[in-house]
Design a protein around this ligand. Structure first.
Ligand code: GLC
Length: 664
């Protein structure tokens, strides 16, 4: 059952698609105080688990820390960080009482989950203008499913997006892309996508192509497609301020950029230097910005990634002026005793500065709304701009789209990647832990930068991380300019990498089928063990293994130099290890704790008792997989219902998309 409560005058975020009456009277769980700001409080019992918050730091069980939904360009995902790129304000309390809470509030909101006081859950925000949805159900999983029903169907990407993709910030010319293609094809490592980071643009201007390097772009897109490769360009939130640049000039003329209080266009420095932010909360501006994706679609592009849309601000005009004044003051007063530490604090603090987010406004249906009041909706609406445009441009076609920043509601328009992680072992685990939480909030198409974005990677880290990436719907290796190159062919002997990526393709029909079933039934693709085995007290604590679909459990290795790992099996399972050259081993394991050996080039998975999964032969790209010949592995006589469609169009409800396979 779901109850909707209203406080004050909420901003309509459009996160919820189901019309519902609002309740009067007190909440069934917890207390609300709306006197100064808004606070929801609830006394947790000792063993309650708190799930949710989507893309947030730390564990699956969110207890004993504090999380702040305040979309932030945060390249250092250290354990103490409270805000990352997204705002997914849905939590489930599971234990003595079971209920879910969705705080539909578009500005900064704090979830203190036993951080200040061990047993106290306190959710607070500055203004008491919000909708609060309270969901009751049998258990956490049931509550999640109810929530997913009211937020609308999750985004469905084209099938090629389930292939493997290579990315790196720094590819500049057609030759750079051809080299990546060659690196993969020559070594027979499958690949479907190569991502184009900001250098494809002319001076980092959205919806342009570098004039020197990308002449005859449609031919180049075609050349890649002939090889089974889709090029996937990035689009950034900020539009470069430059006379003569048509997107800038049009936006200024039509008044479609975010404005300062005095009505002038707000200037934020991002990659291109000075930029204006398209006012994606204004329906007309959103349509205008979305229509620009056509520039690349008309040249053969079928997918995009939206970036810097928290929106990231390196510095504002105002911030820079203040900093200059400060430096001048120090220099004039006493150059000798220049307070270096204090200066450093100011210089570093100029990026993503809270004051800057209060310096510009949106025009929402003629109302002037200060950005910080709706901050967490920017990335969501930038991606919505693209999603709505795709519907207008080619209503029957699926486009690949994922975003860095998001709010619940954006899950209907695109997926997400989890931003600028690092080549750290701890980030493999963080990647894994985020996945089920994201699914709870509707984000099914998700993945992290495999191999790590920042810092230098190592061969073993890339292999282990890609072995997890085999299972995440978005499987992309991406890294930052200046870091060690980490494409699969950069570390000598490529056979190990080939084996891992081939495993992805061998499993692709299963992974795609489970993704589609999850999307079409508002269900989860990744589930914590506790959702599947609610009575199992060990399962409740497992955070480094995950259920994937209805058939398998995954347990990646995330420790350097480990030769295997401990796993907990809530029931008897078949342990399958994929090795190179399409080979695999099988071993029956009993319910309980086990140590399993997993070599650096192996991909482990566990098939649940009585279940089976289909396997195909790997191919160089998703479209070339032959699904007419499938092996089925698992328990004898088990059956699997496979969902399969053309992967391009939207004929989802066709009963012909299902067929039953049997394991012999
Ligand atoms: C941001 C993105 C990263 C990208 C870089 C350059 O840091 O998160 O993925 O490579 O910008 O565009």
């Amino acid at each position: 059952m779901i109850k909707k409560y209203v406080f004050g005058t909420p901003f309509e975020t459009e996160a919820i698609v189901k019309e519902m009456d609002t309740e009067q009277g007190n909440l069934t769980f917890g207390k609300v105080s709306a006197e100064s700001g808004f606070t929801f409080s609830y006394l947790m019992s000792k063993d309650d688990i708190v799930y949710g918050l989507g893309e947030a730091n730390r564990g699956i069980n969110k207890r004993n820390y504090c999380y702040i939904s305040n979309c932030t360009d945060e390249p250092n995902h250290l354990e103490d960080k409270k805000s990352l790129y997204a705002a997914h304000n849905f939590i489930v309390i599971s234990g003595r009482e079971n209920f879910g809470l969705f705080f539909d509030y578009p500005a900064k909101i704090t979830f203190d989950i036993g951080y200040t006081k061990e047993e106290l859950l306190e959710v607070s925000c500055e203004s008491a203008d919000l909708y609060l949805y309270v969901i009751t159900g049998e258990n956490a999983y049931d509550i999640v499913k109810q929530f997913r029903k009211i937020i609308g169907r999750s985004y469905i990407p084209p099938k090629f997006a389930f292939g493997f993709g290579q990315s790196r910030w720094g590819y500049k010319t057609k030759e750079d892309y051809r080299k990546v293609l060659e690196g993969y094809r020559k070594n027979h490592i499958p690949m479907d996508m190569i991502y184009m980071d900001i250098d494809y643009m002319q001076d980092f201007k959205d919806f342009t192509l570098n004039e020197e390097n990308f002449k005859d772009f449609p031919e180049f897109v075609h050349e890649m497609k002939e090889e089974g490769i889709r090029l996937v360009p990035i689009i950034d939130a900020g539009v470069k301020v430059e006379e003569g640049y048509s997107v800038y000039e049009e936006g200024v003329e039509k008044g479609y950029f975010c404005k300062r209080e005095d009505g002038s266009d707000f200037i934020a420095a991002v990659w291109p230097g000075d930029t204006h932010f398209p006012d994606v909360l204004n329906a007309d501006a959103r349509k205008w910005f979305g229509d620009h994706y056509r520039f690349l679609i008309d040249q053969g592009i079928e997918g995009f990634w939206n970036d810097m849309n928290e929106p990231a601000i390196f510095y504002s005009r105002e911030g820079m002026e203040e900093l200059k004044t400060l430096i001048k003051k120090y220099v004039e007063e006493d150059l000798e005793t220049l307070p270096v530490w204090e200066l450093e604090k100011h210089v570093l603090g100029i990026a993503s500065h809270p004051e800057d987010y209060a310096r510009f406004y949106h025009n929402v249906d003629g109302r002037k709304i200060r950005h910080d009041k709706v901050h967490n909706l920017f990335g969501c609406n930038m991606t919505r701009a693209a999603g709505e445009a795709f519907e207008r441009i080619a209503p029957d076609k699926r486009f690949l789209m994922f975003s860095r920043s998001s709010y619940i509601g954006m899950h209907r328009y695109g997926g997400i990647w989890t931003g600028d992680n690092k080549s750290w072992w701890s980030h493999i685990l963080l990647n894994l832990k985020m996945m089920p939480s994201l699914n709870m909030c509707g984000f099914l198409y998700a993945g992290a930068d495999l191999g790590g974005f920042g810092a230098d990677s190592t061969r073993d880290l890339v292999l282990r991380w890609m072995a997890l990436g085999v299972f995440t719907p978005l499987m992309r290796n991406h890294s930052a300019e200046g870091t060690r190159e980490q494409e699969a062919y950069q570390f000598g002997d490529t056979e190990d990498f080939r084996g891992i990526v081939e495993t992805r393709y061998r499993l692709l029909p299963y992974l795609y089928s489970e993704y589609m079933k999850a999307a079409l039934n508002d269900d989860m693709y990744f589930r914590p063990l506790a959702f599947v085995y609610p009575e199992d007290s060990f399962a409740k604590e497992v955070e480094d293994q995950m259920m994937l679909g209805d058939e398998i459990m995954i347990a990646p290795v995330y420790t350097q130099n480990a030769k295997g790992r401990y796993v907990y099996l809530p029931e008897d399972m078949l342990f399958v290890k994929f090795t190179k050259d399409g080979a695999y081993t099988e071993e029956s394991l009993k319910q309980g704790h086990h140590y399993v050996e997993i070599a650096i080039n192996e991909v482990p998975l566990f098939i649940r008792k009585g279940r089976c999964i289909p396997l195909v032969k790997a191919a160089k790209c998703a479209e070339e997989l032959d699904t007419t010949h499938m092996d089925v592995i698992g328990f004898a006589d088990a059956e699997y219902t496979l969902y399969e469609d053309d992967g391009m169009h939207k004929d989802y409800e066709n009963p012909k998309n299902y067929r039953v396979l049997k394991c012999r």
